[in-house]
Ligand binder design. Structure first.
Ligand code: ATP
Ligand SMILES: O=C(O)[C@@H](O)C(=O)CO
Length: 423
């Protein structure tokens, strides 16, 4: 089936988040891990390519994104979506702007929008400032993120140094007037030479207005939520045929492993809750692993009953993370954890785990690569932006969920298992 919307995400949990929100409409969504080496075949109307480009150099991020764009064009897509984090995570060098400009240049389009708002998960934008719940981004726990600490909340200020063309704002007062008013504002800004427009949104109704106003733009950029209304719009006008429905979920065995490399505030709560509920757990300490390697945790894992959903986690508070980073370096500490959790994922699968729950975007990127997964079918959502996915790893069918650091309820790990039992 021809691809209607080609999507590129800068991390793996972000990709499943986007795919899950698109799949809410009931349409088939396919997620590719990295740019497929094969030319497009058996494609879905919505294709999402997951990159791990959030924290790599802008030059590399641009080159990987353009490769993904080329594959999606060959799949038939004429409209594209560039997905980054709902908390606008980027390093000081910043990949979001350079990637957007490279896609715009390739498509020959003069303007795009930036809307990371995800109201269901507490991310809203007002007068260009991004909020997490009631806090400004820079005052939220995102200020302590291990890889991309966010110390400014103003999206225009964050974006301007990342791009070469002018940045502007379509504020909530315009969005509240509806799609025609927003389109008119975008046209005015375009005449003024504004290529990059941050668009305010504080509620799902705003996202519907934005999607309607921007649905024909060659490129939309943002968090997953602004893409959510698009399938219904494409179904309504016949761009998408009604037979593009999702496949039923396969039955998956009970063996489960939970791997958490996220240090977000929410994951810390979820890990604590799962331990309180009595699940077997093993805490990874980067400083110890640097000295002794992963043999100890692998031995612990080999002795576990996988039907009890054991949890292996590096999740820690900001002070412990900083202490490890000071000794090992930020990237090295992260890599060490990612490699260890990846080795645990493969060992657990080989020992019979068929349900693999991963917390953290970078962590998910590493684990998915180690599992050799290349394509995922998107199933039911466990929490907003976190779907179960189904894929083949090492010739066995597994269910995999990749949880964004801050997503999911306190009981997410139990919720995930229950959800699969009810499918
Ligand atoms: N105890 C620790 N000390 C130092 N670094 C750690 C520790 N635990 C995890 N890390 C690293 O911190 C990073 C966390 O990033 P990751 O993207 O996985 O989670 P997240 O940012 O919470 O998730 P998301 O990107 O989905 O919001 C990873 O590179 C991980 O290896
Ligand atoms: O948008 C979000 O918050 C998530 O999908 C994400 O990108 C986490 O890495």
């Amino acid at each position: 089936m021809t691809t209607i919307l080609g999507c590129i995400a800068d991390d793996f949990t972000g990709a499943t988040d986007l795919a899950g929100l698109l799949a809410r409409s009931g349409v088939r969504v396919s997620l590719r891990i990295g740019v497929p080496s094969e030319p497009p075949s058996h494609t879905s109307p919505f294709e999402v390519i997951a990159l791990k480009s959030r924290t790599i150099s802008a030059v590399d991020a641009v080159s990987e994104t353009l490769e993904a764009l080329d594959w999606l064009k060959r799949a038939g897509a004429q409209r594209f979506f560039w997905k980054y984090c709902s908390t606008f995570d980027s390093t000081d060098a910043g990949n979001i702007g350079p990637v957007a400009e490279a896609i715009m240049d390739d498509l020959g389009t003069e303007q795009t929008i930036y809307c990371p708002a995800f109201p269901e998960n507490g991310r809203s934008i007002f007068m260009g400032n991004l909020f997490v719940g009631q806090q400004l981004l820079s005052e939220s726990p995102m200020k302590n993120h291990p890889l991309t600490p966010m110390c400014d909340s103003n999206l225009m200020r964050l974006l301007t140094p990342q791009v070469t063309r002018p940045v502007g704002l379509a504020d909530r007062l315009t969005v509240a007037q509806g799609a025609s008013a927003l389109r008119a504002k975008l046209d005015t800004l375009k005449l003024e030479g504004v290529a990059h427009v941050v668009v305010d949104a504080v509620a799902d109704e705003d996202l519907s207005v934005i999607a309607e106003a921007c649905r024909d733009m060659p490129l939309i950029t943002g968090g997953s939520a602004v893409a959510m209304p698009l399938p219904a719009l494409y179904l309504a006008d016949g761009t998408l045929s009604a037979d593009a429905v999702k496949r039923p979920s396969p039955k998956i065995g009970k063996g489960t492993i939970i791997l958490s490399g996220s240090c977000s505030a929410m994951t810390n709560i979820q890990v604590a809750n799962h331990i309180e509920l009595g699940a077997p757990s093993y805490q990874l300490d980067p400083l110890k692993i640097a000295k002794t390697g992963s043999a100890l945790v692998l031995a612990w894992l080999a002795a576990q009953d996988l039907t009890k959903a054991p949890l292996i986690y590096a999740t820690a508070d900001a002070t412990s993370v900083k202490a490890a980073q000071e000794v090992l370096g930020i990237a090295a500490a992260g890599n060490l954890i990612e490699q260890t959790l990846s080795a645990c994922a493969v060992a657990a699968r080989d020992a019979g785990a068929r349900r693999i729950i991963v917390a953290g975007g970078e962590t998910s990127g590493a684990v998915t690569k180690a599992l050799g997964v290349s394509q995922l079918d998107i199933g039911a959502e466990i929490a907003p932006g976190v779907p179960w996915t189904f894929c083949v790893s090492g010739e066995v069918q597994i269910a995999l969920t990749l949880k964004s650091g801050n997503f999911g309820a306190k009981t997410f790990f139990a919720d995930a298992q229950q959800k699969l039992d009810t499918l």
